[in-house]
Design a protein around this ligand. Structure first.
Ligand SMILES: *[C@@H]1O[C@H](CO)[C@@H](O)[C@H](O)[C@H]1NC(C)=O
Ligand SMILES: *[C@@H]1O[C@H](CO)[C@@H](O)[C@H](O)[C@H]1NC(C)=O
Ligand SMILES: *[C@@H]1O[C@H](CO)[C@@H](O)[C@H](O)[C@H]1NC(C)=O
Ligand SMILES: *[C@@H]1O[C@H](CO)[C@@H](O)[C@H](O)[C@H]1NC(C)=O
Ligand SMILES: *[C@@H]1O[C@H](CO)[C@@H](O)[C@H](O)[C@H]1NC(C)=O
Ligand SMILES: *[C@@H]1O[C@H](CO)[C@@H](O)[C@H](O)[C@H]1NC(C)=O
Length: 481
């Protein structure tokens, strides 16, 4: 009797715990777990069989045998035997120097708060020993290791970084997918055999706190059964309370549905966006996957990366920096250096990035290359981030209005700075000569502005929501492929 009652109560309870329905109106109503917005900075890792040819980009297979681009066909003719197939690259994916603990320490030193590892790209090769990718997975071929699980474990053991996975819904040459496509997506054999089982397997096995979906654009969300999966993810999965997803769940969902919005790759809206968004960008200007033929000039400088980070966060976005590990299993030194440089900057200036929100203004009206963020903890501190070094003298910023209690300081440098309120408005900061040895960091300097007259968060959020509404009405988003 008591048992029957408790089973009954359990069933009843679970009827209530299924809080989200498999439709966008319901799924979109879920608040984004706060850790994602607060964390601001993530690292993206494009790794797979494409890392073996390491030529062109991670789209190598498609460029070779889909589009038959001459650069790629010539590269293959010149360097491989005539009957070499793409599958023949997989046994050459050795990952012999893959040391997940070392990777975790590099990522930790970068100041990133989350990680998005490609678990499977459009080539279909799973970097984990998937039950649903017969003989085309890292357990059976190539590394003969669980690349995903080992990194998840190392990152969790050694850091506070959230572990996430990227997963491509479609696969260029999967016969089941091609058949569904030929059927005008009226059949779902590929989704039933591949996409869905893989996604459930990934989540149940590795408990990723980000499911970063891609490869969705060929078909609608209804073909992929995206809302069914996300409802399970939010209601029942082992990560239901902490997981976040992006917006790539069907040809009708980018910049519209899901969790945070990626919209297009390298998304830099240059304005506020009426939703949490992310700028995923590559440190190699031309590829997500590792390219053996990359030149130093192809790699973004640290100044460029910090500019992206600062402007992105000023507009309310998160920054996802991409690195392509090598088939040897290494983060190549130039990428390691960039990640460590980002970390050294964040180590000094993190208070102007992490846990910040947008201010009333995103960049200055008078001074060039000055960007704002704000952080509220009791009162609101405004940060003016200067992308160029302030010369000795008077620096006038157009937007901040000082009050009697305003305090101006340089993050990472002792003491306060003198300032006055010019009759033209704004604030003028006296920049004293700063000894080279005491410059707090090498790129982008941050003024901490406390007690501004116009720091008011209530006003800020009001202005922000008004700006957002205006944007929503204009539906101003770029087109994508
Ligand atoms: C991770 O980074 C934090 C902050 O920079 C540092 O305090 C900590 O020692 C690092 N941990 C490891 C394992 O490197
Ligand atoms: C998609 O969801 C519908 C409704 O729940 C279900 O009938 C169908 O079998 C699902 N298809 C796949 C491939 O999971
Ligand atoms: C989206 O994909 C569906 C097939 O699932 C197709 O019928 C529709 O035309 C596509 N829409 C766009 C805008 O490409
Ligand atoms: C502020 O940014 C906008 C667009 O991002 C730009 O058009 C404007 O020139 C910038 N202002 C200054 C003073 O740099
Ligand atoms: C807010 O400030 C207090 C006191 O300085 C500090 O202990 C606390 O960690 C801060 N909270 C956040 C979320 O930064
Ligand atoms: C800064 O402005 C003040 C007030 O106008 C002026 O007295 C001072 O000479 C200026 N300093 C420099 C270095 O221009």
């Amino acid at each position: 009797m008591a048992l029957t009652l408790s089973i009954f109560l359990l069933v009843l309870q679970c009827a209530f715990c299924a809080r989200y329905d498999p439709n966008w109106a319901s799924l979109d109503s879920r608040p984004l777990p706060a850790w994602y917005d607060e964390g601001k900075v993530g690292i993206f890792l494009h790794w797979g069989v494409f890392s073996v040819p390491a030529f062109g980009s991670e789209w190598f297979w498609w460029y070779w045998q889909g589009e038959k681009q001459s650069a790629v066909t010539q590269y293959m003719q010149a360097n491989y035997r005539p009957d070499f197939t793409y599958a023949d690259f997989a046994p050459l994916f050795h990952a012999e120097f893959y040391n997940p603990a070392q990777w975790a320490d590099i990522f930790n030193a970068s100041g990133a708060n989350y990680l998005v590892l490609v678990s499977k790209h459009h080539e279909g090769f799973t970097n984990w020993p998937s039950t649903y990718s017969w003989n085309w997975n890292a357990g059976d071929v190539g590394p003969k290791r669980d690349l995903v699980g080992e990194l998840a474990d190392a990152v969790r053991q050694r850091t506070n970084i959230k572990f996430g996975v990227y997963h491509s819904m479609f696969e260029w040459f999967n016969p089941l997918f091609l058949q569904d496509q030929a059927n005008g997506f009226t059949t779902q054999n590929y989704v039933r055999a591949k996409t869905m089982p893989e996604l459930y397997e990934l989540v149940n096995k590795y408990k990723p706190e980000i499911v970063w979906s891609d490869g969705e654009w060929m078909a609608a969300d209804t073909y992929w059964n995206s809302t069914e999966f996300i409802a399970w993810l939010y209601n029942e999965s082992p990560v239901k309370d902490t997981v976040v997803v992006n917006d790539r769940w069907g040809n009708n969902t980018r910049c519209a549905h899901g969790g945070f919005w990626d919209c297009s790759d390298h998304y830099t809206p240059g304005t506020l966006v009426p939703h949490k968004w992310e700028n995923c960008m590559t440190i190699d200007k031309y590829s997500w996957g590792y390219r053996a033929n990359a030149q130093l000039s192809d790699i973004h400088t640290i100044e460029e990366l910090i500019t992206q980070l600062v402007t992105t966060v000023s507009f309310g976005g998160n920054m996802l920096f991409n690195v392509g590990p090598t088939a040897y299993g290494e983060i190549a030194p130039v990428y390691e250096e960039r990640l460590r440089q980002i970390g050294s900057w964040l180590n000094v200036n993190g208070e102007a990035i992490y846990k910040t929100h947008v201010w009333t203004y995103q960049n200055d009206s008078v001074a060039d290359n000055v960007w704002y963020t704000a952080r509220t903890n009791g009162s609101t501190t405004v940060y003016a981030i200067l992308l160029s070094w302030p010369e000795v003298g008077n620096l006038t910023l157009g937007h901040p209005v000082a009050s009697r209690s305003t305090v101006v300081s340089l993050v990472g440098y002792p003491g306060q700075f003198k300032f006055f309120s010019p009759s033209s408005g704004g604030i003028t900061i006296n920049i004293p000569p700063i000894p080279a040895g005491q410059i707090p960091c090498d790129w982008a300097w941050v003024f901490r502005l406390e007690g501004l007259q116009n720091q008011n968060t209530k006003l800020d959020s009001f202005a922000f929501s008004k700006k957002l509404k205006a944007l929503q009405m204009r539906k101003e988003f770029p087109k994508f492929q």
